[in-house]
Design a protein around this ligand. Structure first.
Ligand code: TNX
Length: 510
């Protein structure tokens, strides 16, 4: 009798335990997705992922195969197995199936997880890739633990609030290698961000090869802040980055900052200076002291060549012309300069983005002002017909310190703790600039104090997922208390990826 009781209670305990673990693994709604999807419905069972799983992809859709291969590679790295990718003309009965369908908003996807079949249906290739990222977040954090990979079943429907969700990396103040930029791209991809803005030139460095003006990279690219060795991307390397990003549904927006922030160019070519003398290379961190010579014709020939070469290398629709802090260019010179540069961008088939100061000129059709500091400029830009890209320094600058003890970064726009970075809504930040005027959201990382990828990681994580969610998830679906619990569950993911992140005391890390 005693022994029988013992066995009964043991069996009961076992059932309870397995029910517990089961309930975690089979309840899709318990997954800490970032960004938070539009809707998640759990159906209470599980799909088992193993070495025999095949990733099927609908034939004849541009960009789908590379996404399918991205997924297979991730699963293989994760499980140590050799999952394969196959192109098919109709949905299979089991496995993972990636396809597109009409009738969904741009970048939308639906993820249907069944016991036998996982279906990722996108509005387009981007939607499919974002669905893949959601699927990857259902997997356990630790790779190669030997445990079977079970994915809870259910349905997710999802689409982004803003089409443009980006981050900027300043590769001019400190240079970052191709490998480091690829790691940065990987970070963006994890959270469905789709734009990498590269700040390619500044006083301290010119970082892109321009074949018709070779000294820009050779001389202008040679140093960086602090006087160390700089660097530049050859055109082949830049194209490689464009492709690497495109395979992750990310477009690159290249920026050539002008007429200020141009000392590296002015040091490379004497004729770009009004006095005809090349400047010294500069490795400090002051701003506002340099300007191209706005009334020399050679300046516009130079810009024409740079924009022509850059436009040819950049499949995305935008060229960023900078335009910020041109304190050494009188406004009466700045305005015609910006207008002429915009025409050059248009001539090469691209759309203009510029920092909010360009609103002082006349924005061309389709131009975007990037709000970073000045509400008046931004409002003026909108009145003149431009769209707005939201990068408010006090909220979205990844180079701002978390608090006064942060060993990297600046604080001219304030300290940005993780809650402060998350808790704002792009469409109600500036009175009169509603959602219909806003292209999207971008978080810039300036690199005066940031010298390598580990330091980038520390400034970017854990704030980046918050900016990704601000861009993706509608404001009425977001609140800090609920978000911080989800973010806390991503700490292990950061660690598993080797990301050196700031362990904010405001977040309940698990
Ligand atoms: C302002 S933001 C700048 C940059 C600096 C940054 C540092 C902007 C358009 N200009 O030149 O790197 O502050 O936070």
């Amino acid at each position: 009798m005693k022994i029988k009781q013992y066995w009964y209670s043991l069996a009961a305990l076992f059932l309870m335990l397995s029910a517990c673990t089961e309930s975690v693994k089979t309840d899709l709604s318990q997954t800490a997705f970032i960004p938070k999807p539009v809707s998640v419905t759990a159906s209470g069972s599980a799909f088992e992922l193993n070495g025999a799983t095949v990733v099927y992809v609908q034939e004849g859709v541009d960009g789908l195969l590379s996404s399918a291969e991205f997924l297979s590679n991730k699963i293989n790295n994760f499980t140590g197995s050799a999952v394969t990718t196959e192109t098919v003309s109709a949905a299979p009965a089991k496995g993972i199936y990636i396809s597109v369908a009409s009738g969904m908003p741009a970048q939308a996807y639906e993820l249907n997880i069944d016991k036998k079949l996982v279906k990722i249906t996108g509005a387009d290739a981007a939607g499919c890739f974002f669905g893949i990222q959601t699927l990857l977040q259902t997997l356990p954090v630790k790779s190669n633990t030997g445990e079977p990979l079970v994915i809870p079943t259910g349905t997710i429907t999802d689409h982004p609030d803003f089409g443009y969700r980006g981050a900027m990396l300043d590769v001019a103040r400190h240079f970052f290698s191709v490998e480091e930029v690829k790691q940065f791209i990987d970070f963006l991809a994890l959270y469905k961000m789709n734009v990498l803005h590269l700040h390619l030139s500044d006083d301290q460095g010119w970082r892109i090869e321009i074949k018709s003006w070779p000294k820009l990279a050779e001389i202008g690219g040679s140093l960086e802040v602090g006087g160390g060795t700089g660097g530049f991307y050859t055109q082949e390397q830049y194209s490689g980055l464009v492709q690497y990003a495109a395979d992750r549904q990310i477009m690159i927006v290249p920026e050539i900052d002008m007429p200020g922030h141009t000392n590296a160019a002015l040091a490379s070519y004497a004729e770009l200076n009004c006095n005809g003398k090349a400047t010294e290379l500069y490795t400090g961190t002051r701003v506002g002291f340099s300007t191209l010579c706005t009334d020399k014709e050679v300046t516009y020939q130079f810009i024409d060549d740079v924009v022509r070469e850059l436009a040819a290398l950049t499949p995305g629709p935008y060229i960023h012309i900078g335009g910020d802090e041109s304190h050494s260019t009188p406004l009466e010179d700045y305005i015609p300069f910006v207008n002429r540069v915009q025409e050059i961008v248009v001539k090469y088939g691209k759309k203009v983005i510029g920092w909010d100061e360009i609103a002082n000129a006349t924005p061309v059709e389709g131009a975007t002002v990037q709000f970073w500091a000045d509400v008046e400029n931004t409002t003026m830009g909108v009145e003149k017909g431009a769209q707005v890209l939201m990068s408010p320094a006090a909220r979205a600058y990844l180079d701002m310190q978390y608090d006064s003890t942060t060993h990297l970064g600046l604080h001219w726009a304030g300290y940005i703790e993780v809650d402060n970075g998350y808790n704002w809504d792009p469409a109600s930040l500036v009175p009169g600039i509603g959602k219909d005027k806003i292209l999207g959201v971008e978080a810039p990382l300036w690199s005066e104090t940031v010298t390598n990828i580990d330091e980038v990681e520390y400034m970017v994580f854990p704030r980046l997922p918050g900016y990704a969610e601000i861009g993706w998830t509608a404001p009425d679906q977001r609140n800090w208390d609920e978000y911080k619990a989800r973010l806390g569950k991503h700490g292990n993911r950061f660690e598993d990826l080797g990301i050196d992140y700031y362990k904010s005391a405001l977040v309940p890390w698990e």
